[in-house]
Design a protein around this ligand. Structure first.
Ligand code: HEM
Length: 168
């Protein structure tokens, strides 16, 4: 999509009746932002609990598989909520996000964080002890966790930063 057609799309979306409702009814955007942030809290706190276990810093009385079973649902289930509330925020002010390089960065970071979470999760489906079977695997698990924590923090920073960076 060229920049011009992206701009036309943003203008079209902003002029739709639904976007006009989001723009004019004052409580909707703050309410949607609140739900977005509550979902962020669920995802990031759960990712942190799993990462601390992978690093061997917390929760060692439980296996990695048990910790993953406990916290992974709270990483994956809020993501549709984030997608839906994010889509509403975009619809309310399309150019602010869709033409913003920080928003694109945030989506890239989010895909990377989701990929890293899957890299931890998928081997556990085949073998619950996978990450605990050898010193080499434990090291890889620690690397995954050490990458995951800064990624989630960067996604939060990017989400907040969108408001302060001009679109293209
Ligand atoms: C699933 C896809 C997601 C979409 C489409 C999305 C979209 C958005 C949009 C459009 C905004 C409003 C930015 C603005 O206008 O200032 C926003 C804000 C924000 N997002 Fe997301 N987001 C998603 C996922 C996430 C995730 C996973 C996190 C963190 C882990 C996150 C953290 C934030 C934060 C901290 C804000 C700032 C809220 C505020 O200042 O009120 N978002 N997001």
């Amino acid at each position: 999509m060229t920049l011009q057609s992206l701009d036309s799309f943003c203008n079209w979306l902003a002029a739709t009746p639904f976007s006009q409702v989001l723009q004019t009814v004052g409580w909707i955007v703050p309410a949607v932002q609140t739900v977005h942030i509550l979902a962020v809290a669920a995802v990031v706190s759960s990712a942190l609990m799993l990462d601390l276990r992978l690093l061997g810093i917390r929760g060692k009385e439980q296996s990695i598989a048990a910790t993953a079973r406990r916290f992974l649902p709270f990483i994956w289930w809020p993501l549709p909520v984030l997608l839906a509330t994010g889509a509403l925020l975009i619809t309310a002010e399309p150019a602010r996000s869709l033409e913003n390089p920080v928003f694109i960065l945030k989506m890239g970071l989010l895909l990377t964080a989701a990929g890293i979470t899957l890299a931890c999760q998928v081997p556990l489906h085949k073998d619950a002890a996978f990450w605990e079977l050898s010193a080499a695997r434990k090291r890889v698990a620690k690397l995954i966790a050490a990458a995951s924590i800064p990624l989630w923090v960067a996604i939060i920073c990017a989400g907040r930063w969108i408001a302060y960076v001009q679109g293209t």
